[in-house]
Design a protein around this ligand. Structure first.
Ligand code: UDP
Length: 328
């Protein structure tokens, strides 16, 4: 990179009005960068960036990344690209797979094509869904992927993001485009919406509203939740380190918690007492929550050794603190 962010480098963030993108925009502006956001507000929302619009170094366009003329101009004017625009959320994937597949594959293709045209460094944000239902603990970047059949809509998200990764790596190898890929594991924090299925904001909202928390399955499935501020620090660190180019990195917390324990922790945080089954939380079968035959993964833990070795990143914010931030 010619200029650093503190010297005013210009970052383009696709999906910059989303949950993670808006935190990234904030952090880059605070470091002194110029930031342009493009977002079609399909899952993002304008309120996420409203407080930034008067910042002299901030620009935005409400548009889709497949709008070639707009992308061409934006990419030609920036120094680096953070590509976060994607259709995400398990519930959305099950509900509208056509939208998810088209947005992810065609969108990333459009952004990569423009990046290659102007040879701009690009960081692709991918997902732990890449590993599918593999049962290995923890997942390392080179592990095999294990997916269900194409008749189960859930797996289309994993494949759509895998195509993005393949395409990014192919551009890197074929034309020397500087591409970095990071696979985000479960990420949570302020501004995340539960509208598309994400469990932490859903549980916190249910607890605040006085509704019972909806634990899917028997709640023994576990996840590792990383605070969005830690994730943003990883994303910026990877973009700034030349050793990350052409590589794939897991980004996530290694603090594992079952979904039932999460429900209990949320009740403790919001209601200040131990949770009671039936009153504070209820179990809902997967087929009722998603679709008949829905497959969930039992555990999903990242091996974060690679990012620690290359840029020295480790998550710092414990889940208890993250739950407090979300509740606030
Ligand atoms: N989940 C739940 N209740 C909800 C929403 C989600 O029990 O209201 C579960 C979901 O089945 C999964 C876990 O919480 O086992 C994490 O779900 P999320 O959609 O946040 O992320 P995923 O890891 O599935 O991508």
């Amino acid at each position: 990179m010619v200029k650093s962010f503190s010297q005013g480098a210009h970052a383009l963030i696709t999906g910059g009005a989303g949950f993670i993108g808006s935190h990234l925009a904030e952090s880059l502006l605070a470091q002194g960068a110029e930031v342009t956001v493009i977002d079609d507000l399909s899952t993002g929302c304008f309120e996420n960036i409203q407080h930034l619009v008067d910042h002299p170094q901030f620009h935005f366009a409400i548009d889709t990344i497949t709008h070639t003329l707009v992308m061409d101009r934006m990419v030609s004017q920036c120094d680096v690209i953070f590509h976060l625009a994607a259709a995400v959320g398990v519930e959305l994937i099950v509900r509208d797979p056509v939208h998810v597949i088209e947005t992810n594959i065609l969108g990333s293709h459009a952004v990569l094509e423009a990046a290659a045209r102007y040879r701009k460094k690009i960081l692709l944000v991918s997902t732990s869904e890449i590993y599918g239902k593999a049962t290995k603990v923890p997942f390392s970047e080179d592990d095999d992927r294990v997916l269900g059949p194409t008749t189960k809509a859930r797996w289309s998200y994993s494949d759509s993001k895998a195509i993005d990764e393949f395409l990014g790596l192919a551009y890197h190898r074929k034309v020397g485009l500087p591409v970095v890929i990071c696979r985000l594991f479960n990420t949570t924090g302020p501004r995340q919406t539960g509208q598309y299925g994400m469990v932490v904001p859903r549980f916190v909202k249910q607890a605040l509203n006085g509704d019972p928390i909806t634990v899917y399955g028997d709640g023994s499935q576990s996840r590792c939740f990383c605070n969005v501020h830690d994730v943003v620090r990883a994303i910026i660190g990877l973009m700034q380190n030349p050793a990350a180019i052409g590589e794939v990195f897991n980004v996530g917390s290694t603090e594992e918690i079952s979904i039932l324990e999460l429900a209990q922790a949320v009740i403790r945080e919001v209601r200040g007492r131990e949770a009671i089954e039936g009153a504070d939380y209820v179990f809902i079968p997967y087929e009722e929550a998603y679709e008949p035959g829905f497959e969930d993964m039992a555990r999903r833990v990242p091996d974060t050794g690679k990012i620690r070795r290359v840029i020295g990143w480790e998550p710092e914010i414990p889940l208890a603190e993250t739950l407090r931030q979300v509740a606030a």
